[in-house]
Design a protein around this ligand. Sequence first.
Ligand code: CU
Length: 411
Amino acid sequence: MLMKAINGAIRLLTVAWLLVLSLSAPAQAHVVQAGADLRVTQTFAAGEVTLVISGVSQVPSALRVAAEAADPVSLQLELRSLTDGGRSADSVRAGKESAALRVTHAGPHELYVRADDEVSVIPFRVLVPGSTPWTMVMDGAFLVAGLLLVGGVLAISMSRLLVSGASAAAAVAVTVMLLGPYLSPAQPGGAAPVAEPGRPYAQGRFSTLPALPATGTEFTLTLRLADGATGRPVDDLAVHHEAPAHLVVTSQDGAVFRHVHPLRTAPGVLAVRLSLPRPGRYLAYAEIERQQSGGQLLTGAFEVSGTAQPDVSVQEVAMPSLTPSAPVAGSPVTIEVATEGQIQLWLGMPGHLVVRSRDGAHLAHAHGTAAGPSALRFTLTLPEPGRYLVWVQYAAGGRLLTRPFTMEVDR
Ligand SMILES: [Cu+2]
């Protein structure tokens, strides 16, 4: 009788816990945890680098940071914990060995990445496996059952109370163990507090230093991000497609194209050094995603003075095949492009396509699938008839290739 009552009460408690714990954890961005590396691509003047920050399963331990790049770039790294201010430094040469930084606490960190005189500060969280109340209940119940059984054996004659207690504890342990897969996962140590879900939007302001850059001369293009509601700097960018921000810069006529990944130089400030070969008006488009929010495209324009310089990034033209051969506005078109050499992943994807209307009012970014070993296929729908400028980008033979073409879209 007593045992049945205890068992019943414990089952009720378990069900109550289930209801309390059924809150699901939010999607995590900008975190590292065991088995989930964070890949962050940054464009330095010295070259584009993808930093690969490996997760850890416990703290303190060594946090591995590797750097992938087409050209050798030497990087100085410094890890700072925002929890206790702890610091650890190391250096790494892209493509070579990885750096080992000391991580002592879970939670928010900043990785300072220096290449020559440029510094990018990458914020991220270190997560380690946590435990939930129900895993502690299970472990505790197993312990109590074990102790009571041992106690019973030692007392030789197992009293009824001991047997009841032991079987009740065993029942709790087994119930929680069996229900384990259906319970909410443990909130890892170091995780951010669960924020109110919302869709904050950012306002972007582009500027150049100097204010009027000259052709063939390095200048800095800066994007300042402010929260649309509070006006405060936006510092919660999620890493998407391996970068906190994707920036496309094109000359108004479409002859010049750059796709770069600006450095976070301060909270809400993204900057990249560029050198452009032709004078005239340039259009800038930044693709960002704030945490707990959707994607956003921020646009701006700036002028470049001087005389035309030879373009070092001379592009060959792609020969695409279109289906249908005469695309129509509002209907999908499939574009297939033959690639030079075996396709390698770039920014986690086999192929990227950027399409811009002639006036620059419309810009879209599509991802392709590999159509065999040396072809890429993209499907997109363009909103208005007219002439579109298209750039296909992919990596092959350790190089990033950019292949432009134009496309007429009918009514
Ligand atoms: Cu990008």
